[in-house]
Design a protein around this ligand. Structure first.
Ligand code: PMT
Length: 402
């Protein structure tokens, strides 16, 4: 079983105001519950015209709060209780009306009263018709709220339920979840400019074939996501993967090891730390055949040339950057990792035994041993790649303090 650090589950209050995107808030609750949050939904009267409280109650597993002056709701849930319990409050969808009310200090229903009473961070996810969104009054209200410390998401662009095309769609529930994670994390990487590599390389052989490896990119993308949540600036240099880059990362897509090297060397001087989770191709075909190689009956021999070792090059050039390498090993894990740590002049190496079930290539989990320049060796149990990314950052910060 992957290890999980036991943390008190966070409580979120989700305020749902009355817009057609209310149905997407149901999916948002599902994702939040799945991510381990306790979700208390508060609905405005207008929201109940679109979706019933029963729907939210079923998905959140908690009674939905709708009334300020209901004796049962006030004694069981209570508006001050809601305001105090919340680790964060999210308004999704946030209509022009609710945004106007918050900005004007109006507290005339349960949701606006809770917002008035809370000290928790508040995230507003607007959703409305494009012209309403562009209205200078709404824009002025959003600016005022941002000045006051409210967190505002940009609506997405696209086809709107009112028939218009443009800005005004509720941001995707996955993106809202990501913002919430970011809101709740300590920003202990805020001074870091992370350069992260992920995925495999494709080394072309002819126009339709390439040599590659089994890296999915999940480890590197998890490092990028957790780094962003902890406040870092992230540049993600990625080989071809099927993954969506985490919102907020600067993505530089590459194919070959040579392209990856070129991108890394360009970005290296700006970085404070480099995390090389990519499975860089060690070899490339000696020559690229410009036409599709025809099938034949004789054996075909491929000549391969070694690619430069990018991390070794960074170790030789480093000028204050903290270097984290990965070692994918099938034998003598610690011995081989120690050798790479020393030879590539790394500060930290994450050694994964890629023969272990659920560890290494393509898995959602990883079991790693962290070895650092001080000689410390820390064996970690199987855990999600997100959790491992956090452990790597904890180790990096502790080592930087020494
Ligand atoms: O992408 P996933 O499916 O999530 O899988 C994650 C992973 C198993 C790919 C990842 O955890 C990992 O171990 N990445 C490094 C894989 C690897 O190439 O290991 P290596 O032991 O061959 O290389 C050692 C280090 O040197 C690595 O940091 C590598 O990025 C770097 N290297 C390797 C070769 C090369 N030519 N240049 C390099 O910079």
């Amino acid at each position: 079983m992957p290890e999980k650090r036991v943390e008190k589950p966070k409580t979120l209050v989700l305020g749902v105001s009355g817009g057609i995107a209310c149905y997407k808030a149901v999916e948002l609750v599902r994702l939040l519950v799945r991510a381990g949050f306790g979700v208390q939904v508060v609905m405005t009267r207008e929201a109940m015209e679109f979706v019933t409280p029963l729907t939210f109650q079923t998905i959140s597993g908690r009674p939905v709060a709708t009334e300020t002056f209901s004796l049962t709701q006030e004694s069981e849930i209570g508006h001050i209780n809601l305001a105090d319990q919340a680790d964060a409050i999210i308004i999704a969808p946030a209509t022009a009306n609710i945004i106007g009310k918050i900005a004007s200090g109006i507290a005339d229903d349960l949701l606006t009263t809770v917002l008035m009473a809370t000290r928790a961070p508040v995230l507003i996810a607007p959703s409305m018709n494009t012209h309403m969104y562009e209205n200078p009054i709404l824009q002025e209200n959003l600016r005022k709220l941002a000045r006051l410390g409210y967190h505002i998401m940009e609506p997405a662009e696209g086809y709107l339920a009112c028939g218009y095309e443009g800005k005004g769609r509720l941001p995707e529930p996955e993106d809202i979840v990501e913002r919430i994670h970011g809101l709740l994390k300590k920003k202990d990487l805020a001074s870091e400019q992370l350069l992260i590599t992920a995925g495999p390389n494709h080394e072309p052989l002819d126009p339709v074939r390439f040599i590659a490896n089994r890296s999915s990119g999940k480890m590197g993308y998890a490092l990028a996501r957790q780094g962003l949540r902890r406040g870092a600036q992230v540049t993600l240099i990625s080989g071809p993967t099927a993954l969506a880059p985490p919102a907020g990362a600067r993505l530089i897509p590459v194919q070959t090891a040579a392209e990856m090297r070129q991108a890394i060397l360009k970005e290296f001087p700006k970085a404070t730390a480099v995390l090389m989770a990519a499975a860089v191709a060690d070899y490339r075909p000696e020559k690229f055949v410009p036409r599709k190689i025809k099938r034949g009956t004789a054996a075909l021999t491929l000549q391969l040339r070694p690619n430069p070792d990018i991390l070794r090059e960074l170790g030789a050039r480093k000028n204050g950057q903290f270097l984290v390498g990965f070692a994918a090993e099938t034998e003598a894990l610690v011995i081989n990792a120690k050798k790479k740590l020393r030879e590539k002049k790394l500060d930290l190496i994450v050694a994964n035994d890629v023969t272990q079930e659920g560890s290494g290539f393509d898995a959602d989990t990883n079991a790693a041993t962290l070895l650092d320049r001080t000689g410390a060796v820390r064996r970690l149990p199987l855990m999600s790649k997100g959790e491992l990314a956090d452990r790597i950052y904890d180790h990096l910060l502790a080592l930087k303090k020494k």
